[in-house]
Design a protein around this ligand. Structure first.
Ligand SMILES: [Mg+2]
Length: 239
């Protein structure tokens, strides 16, 4: 069966939010750069980045995904790398960076709004995102596109069992579900793994934690598109 035939059975389309509907990772990259500059008295730029990543991964199970956990990890990393000598002013700047990230205006990615408007006429659209509940809800509210979605699911993680449970609760058969997202690891591979379909739309920046082993998956099991603007052409049949 080719991919386009598979996409014809779709009834519900799930969209990842961060870096699929709107810009997100870019702000984390900018914050990491600024964080490394703040700690330049204690450690070289590159090593600060590596150490922060290590602390974030170590803390993921405690804090989950999102800005709040990121801020706590930056503070922990600053204390570690400076041997607890980091000035309180730097801690305060780190906290301000977090607040700025949480209050940042939503920047929709190109073509998102027109594609949602087109697809919602024929499909049930849902948002499937992970991260901090309050932050994700607030972003959706501010995005101006919340009204296109029948349901919003904010998961603490995006593994096969999370998707299986979501489809069961929403009464969606796997073969009727298409997931669209920028992360192979979170939006594509677990979805294909439970017998649903997936479209990968890469964003130019991906957090290292979201990069799967390129040899560990079958790239013919999902569709890759360069832009969300191409999506309607693959799911909508001409009348
Ligand atoms: Mg994403």
């Amino acid at each position: 069966m080719n991919k386009i035939e598979k996409l014809e059975k779709v009834r519900v389309i799930g969209f990842d939010a961060d870096d699929t509907l709107w810009v997100n990772e870019t702000y984390f990259r900018e914050a990491e750069e600024k964080f490394a500059s703040l700690l330049s008295d204690y450690e070289v730029h590159e090593r600060v980045g590596r150490e922060l990543f290590r602390v974030e991964i170590d803390n993921l199970g405690r804090y989950g995904y999102g800005v709040k956990g990121f801020v706590l990890s930056m503070i922990e990393c600053a204390l570690d790398l400076s041997n607890h000598q980091v000035p309180q002013k730097v801690i305060s700047e780190i906290m301000d960076m977090g607040k700025e990230m949480l209050e940042h205006p939503i920047e929709l990615l190109p073509h998102v709004e027109e594609v949602m408007a087109k697809l919602q006429q024929r499909y049930r659209l849902i948002v499937v995102t992970k991260g901090d509940l309050l932050d994700q809800e607030r972003k959706l509210q501010r995005s101006g596109i919340a009204h296109y979605f029948h349901h919003v699911e904010i998961l603490h993680d995006k593994q096969e069992e999370n998707y299986r449970k979501l489809l069961h609760q929403q009464d969606i058969a796997p073969q009727e579900f298409l997931m669209v997202g920028n992360s192979l690891k979170s939006d594509v591979l677990p979805v294909v793994g439970i017998g649903a379909q997936a479209v990968h739309i890469p964003y130019h920046t991906t957090w290292a934690h979201e990069e799967p082993d390129p040899h560990a998956h079958d790239s013919t099991s999902y569709l890759s598109l360069a832009s969300i603007a191409e999506l309607p052409g693959h799911v909508l049949r001409p009348n």
